[in-house]
Write a protein that binds this ligand. Structure first.
Ligand SMILES: *Cc1c(COP(=O)(O)O)cnc(C)c1O
Length: 265
């Protein structure tokens, strides 16, 4: 390779894949002790395939990202895991979603209908995690309307599956997960199970903030899934403002050149 192509370009983000792999392994094991499965969220590092591979070698089986382009890139790089879209889909991208994703978050009946039709036509199976809004005001069916929502989900019995329920916390308006709102979310799941006449496979309790709840023993037993980004990539939690014991925070380093250093009066 000619020399100038090998030159390091700044600013540069050095990623310590080994420490991310260790974080993944620790988180998968700790969550498993609580009956919780981890989706590894890759959007925080723009879905570098090397990082997705570090997640995978730490034992993560499902990668979650907020962009279909990111998911496509990881798939094309040969990271052979299952994928979840964790931002509710635009109508215009449902075909691509069905092609690329095994799971999606979703919270609109019209979108569910359109996706169900695409799944029937293409033969692809997509598993949907129905999002409830517990007060954060990001996406989701309003939690106080769980019964009406649940009734509207009963008709989806084809290739597209209603696989579970979930919620976001500490996002749009910063409502933190609490024993109370998580219990209410579990009740939304129970309402959906009653309407469908079968148990749901996924109760997704949130992101790294909800992992802190799990550590404190405040994640209700119904929950069996967390979508972790910050814990994996940085070993800390912004929602409650803490470093996470037992995880590495030494995962990335920014390198840059000083372009001017001078003392001025
Ligand atoms: C980004 C994101 C996550 C991950 O959140 P962290 O706090 O980084 O763990 C989880 N769920 C959804 C829907 C997200 O958009």
């Amino acid at each position: 390779m000619p020399l100038e192509q090998k030159k390091t370009k700044y600013p540069l983000l050095r990623v310590k894949l080994d420490n991310i792999r260790k974080n993944a392994g620790s988180l998968v094991a700790e969550c498993a002790r609580h009956g919780v499965n981890v989706w590894g969220v890759s959007k925080g590092i723009s879905a570098f395939p090397e990082v997705a591979r570090a997640f995978a070698s730490g034992g993560i089986k499902i990668i979650a990202d907020s962009r279909l382009d990111n998911i496509r890139r990881m798939r094309e790089a040969g990271v052979a895991l299952e994928y979840a879209l964790i931002r509710i889909p635009m109508r215009s991208e449902l075909e691509e979603l069905a092609e690329l994703c095994d799971y999606t978050l979703i919270s609109d009946i019209g979108t569910l209908e359109a996706l169900a039709e695409i799944c029937e036509k293409s033969g692809r199976e997509v598993k949907c995690v129905v999002m409830f809004d517990m007060g954060d005001l990001r996406e989701g069916f309003w939690f106080k309307e769980a019964e009406r929502t649940a009734a509207g989900l009963a008709k989806f019995t084809g290739k597209m599956k209603i696989a579970g329920v979930g919620a976001n916390f500490a996002c749009a308006s910063g409502v933190l997960p609490s024993a109370r709102n998580l219990t209410e979310l579990a009740a939304c799941g129970a309402a959906v199970e009653a309407a469908l006449g079968r148990p749901l496979a996924i109760y997704s309790g949130g992101g790294t903030g909800s992992f802190v709840m799990m550590r404190r023993g405040s994640l209700p037993g119904a929950f069996n899934n967390l979508r972790l980004g910050e814990a994996l990539l940085l070993g800390r939690d912004t929602s409650f403002g803490m470093l996470l014991d037992g995880l590495s925070q030494d995962t990335m380093r920014i390198e840059a050149e000083l372009v001017e250093v001078r003392t001025k009066p």
